[in-house]
Design a protein around this ligand. Structure first.
Ligand code: FES
Ligand code: FES
Length: 171
């Protein structure tokens, strides 16, 4: 059995300390040690993006990062992103656009999308497609996902009208 090491980091805004084996991935730490099952295990090889999280504001495939490397970092998972304004807008936009089918890719895509619209709320289709290059979806064909991200960005800039309840009634 390998040695464990103590780490301390900020997880979804909360100071967190735990002891992790040297070879443990961030994905396993989140799901198995911390009970945060929103981040999904797809391929385990950095190909699908289902495990996308934010570390110090950058998107990361959590299956490829060692838990040890979270030490002294800021980690945001889908659970944390969901409670942000952009996360809530994206959730509502995904529902309104019908951009969720099986939903397995959705947490990773919403984390990636929140990163995109935080950097540029007016992000266009080409940039959304580039931003999603590392996030695979087997169900939707991406059209509705792209529409939802663009709509959430427009709502952030106030160029789209959001009706009470958070849905865009023009759809
Ligand atoms: S599970 Fe991490 S990229 Fe697929
Ligand atoms: S909705 Fe099923 S993989 Fe994307």
């Amino acid at each position: 059995m390998s040695a464990s090491y103590d780490i301390a980091f900020t997880l979804n805004g909360v100071k967190t300390q735990l002891s992790v084996p040297a070879e443990m991935s961030v994905l396993d730490m989140l799901r198995e040690r911390l009970g945060l099952s929103g981040t999904k295990y797809g391929c385990g090889e950095g190909e699908c993006g289902a495990c996308t999280i934010l570390v110090d504001g950058a998107t990361v495939n959590s299956c490829l990062m060692f838990a040890l490397d979270c030490d002294a970092r800021e980690v945001l998972t889908i659970e944390g992103v969901s409670s942000t304004e952009s996360g809530a807008r994206l959730r509502d936009a995904f529902v309104a656009a019908g951009a969720v089918q099986c939903g397995f890719c959705t947490p990773g895509i919403i984390v990636q999308a929140s990163h995109l619209i935080e950097r540029d709320p007016g992000v266009g289709e080409a940039a959304i497609r580039r931003g999603l290059e590392g996030n695979l979806c087997r169900c939707t064909g991406y059209r509705k996902i792209i529409d939802a991200i663009a709509a959430a960005g427009r709502q952030k800039t106030g160029t789209d009208h959001v009706f009470p309840g958070g849905t865009d009634e023009r759809r």
